[in-house]
Every structure is written in structure tokens, then in C-alpha cells.
Design a protein around this ligand. Sequence first.
Ligand SMILES: [Zn+2]
Length: 255
Amino acid sequence: MQQLLGPGDPPPYAVFNVKGKAPLLLLCDHASKAVPKALGDLGISEDELSRHIGWDIGGLEAAIELASVLDAPLVASGYSRLVIDCNRWPGGEGSIPEISDGTHVPANRDLAKAEIDARADACFWPYHREIDRQLDLMTAGGRAVAFLVMHSFTPRMNGFERPWHVGVLWNDDPRLPEPLLAELRRDPSLMVGDNEPYTARDAYEYTLNAHPRPRRLPYCSLEVRQDLIGTSDEARAWGRRLAPAIRAAVAAALG
Ligand SMILES: [Zn+2]
């Protein structure tokens, strides 16, 4: 198969704070808006690529700050979700969207299976193999660890103004999300969504279903509204603001 990535392309994932001692692995599925050189600009403008359809605005910087404050390792994806979405099943719904929030992506139209496989092999599987590798290392000897995926969400969708500042997304394991919701709600100025603005109870969620769930690790996603973390300073400040609640929730979850 032809290699999608070439010289000058960034790596498909990055690991931050790899020696972090906390019993917590942080993830960022939509950390980057990079596109492999071989795919050009995907047929869309830089402005479109920089919208929430291309990546989670502010998500990586908030996650890096969390990793630092909590002393936890962080694995972040290396390519735009419009190349291939690291939180969707490869070949499945939404994996390589032809249209995202009204924007047509010409480079994603009528792909042959070999082209889909090349994107998955270059940009999807290396990230997920690294998550598995980190979890294997962290859980060696039966050590208990928690799993938290950072995302950010657009403040408006289909004409609806989303009121939440942050949202906790979870499925059927309450060990991490319930204490996290309780800790976040101790701050009365924070509007906290419980499986809002999305639910993690949908089968299309890849990362949570592929990693922590089969390993029976406590897990959830944490979403932050993008207009709150649009600058580097804001993203880092929100990382610091959210860290104590996460630390307490992880301690409660691992009991
Ligand atoms: Zn995301």
C-alpha cells in the first residue's frame, strides 16, 4: 500500500508528560488540524479547516495544562478529524466526513477502500496503538488507572446556543463521571452538562469503547466550550481551573 505520510509531515500522535506519575491517562482525539501534504488542503479553505469541524479548538492546550498540573501522561492525535476522525470507527459513519456542519470536503468524496485504509494506517491506528501501549505500561502489575478524553465543543449548533461551560460524557460506568460531575458542580458559576452537549452512550464513540471499556477502567470524556478556550492563555487557565475536580474524581473512582 502507498504510504500517506512523507518527509515534512508531522507524526500521527504526540505524547506529553510521558513520565507523569498520576494514575490517569489523558487523551485528546481532535488535537490537531494538520493535513498530510499528499492530501493538499482537502479542497477547503484554511478558515474552514480552522473551525470546529477541523479540530477541537483549545482542546490540546487545555489538556497539556491538565497533564502538567495533574502530573499525568497525555496522548494527542496528530491529524485533523477531517482527514480521519480518531473517535469514529474506521470505515464507519462520520469517520471521513464528506460534509461536516454544512461544509463539503471535496477530498473526502468517493474514496476507494485503499485510500480509506491508507488514512487509517497513517493517522488513526498509530494513535490508538500508542494509547494501548501507554495503558499497558500504566496498568502493569495490576495498577488501577483512570482514562479521561478532553474534547471541546462549538458554542452554536444548528441555531442552538449551548449554555453549558463544560460537559461530562459517559456511558454505563459511573465510577469516574459521577464524582467528576459532583466536583464540578461545587463551583456554582459553572454550568455543567451531564451527557450534554452530546452523549457518550452512542455506539459511534470509538475511543471510549475501544480502550477503557474492555479493560474495565473508570473513564469519561470532558468537553469544554470552545469560546472559553479560544486563546492559549484561556485554554491553559481552564486547564488549571478544572484540574482539582479531576484529581478528586480520579481519587474517588480508584477508591
Ligand atoms: Zn473532540
